[in-house]
Ligand binder design. Sequence first.
Ligand code: NAG
Length: 158
Amino acid sequence: MLLRVLGIACITSAARVEVQADATTAEVREIDFALISAAADGNATEVKRLLDKGADATAKTKEGETALHTAGISGDAAVVRLLVEAGADVHARVTAQRGLRMPPLAWFVYGLHLEGARALQEAGADLNLVFDREDGKQLTVLDVASGLASGHELVRGA
Ligand SMILES: *[C@@H]1O[C@H](CO)[C@@H](O)[C@H](O)[C@H]1NC(C)=O
């Protein structure tokens, strides 16, 4: 009888721990997703608030997009600096097939966000990092930038 009660107590407390662990994981994912969204919005106040609350600057969506990538949607330089200070990887790559292995800087350059791009470069982002084009050829952000300037997208090795 006692063993049975102890057994139930153990199962109950194990279940409670599991639920807590799940809740913690879900909470972290939620705050990290909020960070990725706030970065996309270019809301530095919210990005700072979430980082202060413990959001992970290196968190990725299942496509491999980090907050530093989505920051390239709005291109805010202050958001870049906050994320870099919080440990974001300037060379993180999108992992989804259609993501073309793009590093954050590619999102900024395609978005013509030069101030944010400069902040990334100051944080060590490599202008010569090669990523993919939809046709399978390869290019760098410098190729994209010179292509945008000349009206033609240049291709590595073409
Ligand atoms: C940015 O986030 C803050 C909360 O941190 C919010 O109060 C504010 O409205 C947001 N700004 C914009 C432009 O959405």
